[in-house]
Design a protein. Sequence first.
Length: 127
Amino acid sequence: MVVERAPGFELASSNRGDLILATGNANIEQALTLRLSVRRGELARLGWPDYGSRLHELIGEPNNKRTWLRVVAFAREAIQQDPRVFKVNAVQADPVDRNQVRVAMEVALITEPTPLNLVFDLNLEAV
């Protein structure tokens, strides 16, 4: 199976090149990435008031240690909301450039024996 990456989505393709549904870690990785990308409260009208993260609150903040600590806290809080997550083992935030922070997480899942390594890039620049 080949996984193609597109902004916010992962598409899996079979050996014949057909599109198939992402399963296992690919499915959970996609779901967790979307959870980090959605502003908490954005889906309240659809019945999901607590879905999403608070990472959007950091847009416009300086790319410094204080902001990185908040990134770690907000990312951990959001990921732990997913019912398939047993435990967030580790979260680390590091600058990529002047306006971007890379969040690297190790997530223990309830259904998988091997922890999931999830990487999410957060743009702090106000667009």
